[in-house]
Design a protein. Structure first.
Length: 355
């Protein structure tokens, strides 16, 4: 089958917008919980901004299947190439951010860091439910979940490609049921949080894979009208839940709202026909630095606190602006100094052709 590259690029433009939106919402969420930033009528919604991590995992699964749907990853040569590309793209920047945190901000002893080293190097921190507050893990846990999802992706891809449409919908329903039911069990039995649990984040990733494989046809999806309806529904439903103090802070419970709406958003933006988005170099660049933008939030809060304290900055709007600008600048620096050079070097070392 011939891959319609133009169609894929057109889809990617809308998905770039979704990726940037998710990264920004997570930052604003951090502004609220760490600095008490106020966002007016949107404060309740922003206070639950961590739900956009679900959007991130769903989008990751969708984009990966979109990219590799025609490649038989089950073949060893393709499998090796796939894993190497993922590791080269993720690990260098992650290692640099982790090292910077340990050296300049970490409170763990040398012995503790040595004990943690193999776990952090292999990206296994998310399988330890109590490591979230240790070292840099409150900011890099998603890397661990993502690596484990990437590990399972070739199997996901091969299974989904052989499924009937009906089987895909059944699988989608089972994944959503598991995601929706798990927070109820956590609440009823006071178990450990599943926010960083790689299994449940893997389910969100797999939902993205399934969404990309579904033969969805609708004139409504793929329009700005659909996107704004979905966005208003998300903001409205989450805000109402917060207003009535319904399990505020239980981000995974809000998957009851977030996952279905995010699914609709992904399907809408994947089909959005917008020449302005497609031709926007700014959007493409912002999307390219979102990985670094996510990661620098591991330590930008501590830097912001020092800036606010040194300058006696109390103004709410100014604090938010400084947070966004500082995070953006650090992301740009790390993208150009670490991420891109390491990607080029990795390709020269591991691949004989341009990829």
């Amino acid at each position: 089958m011939i891959i319609d590259k133009e169609k894929i690029l057109r889809r990617a433009a809308g998905l770039d917008l979704f990726r940037v939106l998710a990264a920004l919402m997570v930052l604003l969420f951090h502004c609220h919980i760490h600095h008490g930033s106020d966002f007016g009528v949107l404060t309740g919604f922003v206070s639950m901004g961590a739900i956009f991590m679900s959007a991130f995992f769903m989008l990751s699964g969708y984009v990966l299947f979109l990219t590799y749907r025609e490649q038989p990853l089950i073949q060893i040569a393709n499998l090796k190439k796939f894993y190497l590309k993922r590791l080269v793209g993720i690990l260098p920047l992650y290692y640099v951010v982790a090292l910077l945190y340990v050296v300049f901000l970490g409170r763990e002893s040398v012995v503790q860091n040595l004990l943690l080293l193999p776990v952090e190097m292999l990206g296994l921190q998310s399988v330890f439910s109590s490591l979230f507050e240790v070292s840099h893990n409150d900011g890099t846990w998603f890397i661990s979940c993502l690596l484990l999802s990437y590990l399972a992706f070739p199997l996901m891809q091969e299974a989904v490609k052989q499924m009937s449409a009906r089987a895909k919908y059944v699988a989608l329903g089972i994944c959503m049921l598991a995601l929706f039911w798990a927070p109820l069990v956590v609440h009823a039995f006071s178990t450990a949080s599943i926010y960083t649990n790689p299994f449940f984040r893997g389910l969100e990733f797999f939902i993205g894979v399934l969404l990309c494989s579904l033969p969805v046809q609708s004139k409504f999806w793929g329009t700005w009208k659909a996107f704004f309806v979905e966005l208003i529904a998300l903001v409205g439903l989450v805000s109402v839940g917060v207003h009535f103090h319904f399990s505020v802070g239980n981000y995974m419970l809000y998957d009851w709202v977030a996952v279905p709406v995010f699914a609709c958003m992904v399907l809408t933006l994947a089909r959005l026909k917008s020449p302005k988005l497609q031709d926007s170099a700014v959007l493409r660049y912002m999307s390219a630095v979102t990985y670094a933008f996510f990661l620098v939030q591991t330590f930008n809060t501590q830097i912001e606190n020092r800036i606010f304290s040194a300058g006696d900055i109390q103004n709410n709007v100014l604090r938010i602006v400084i947070s966004v600008v500082l995070c953006s600048l650090m992301a740009v620096v790390l993208h150009h100094v670490v991420e891109r050079p390491c990607a080029r070097i990795g390709k020269k070392i591991f691949f004989s052709e341009k990829t």
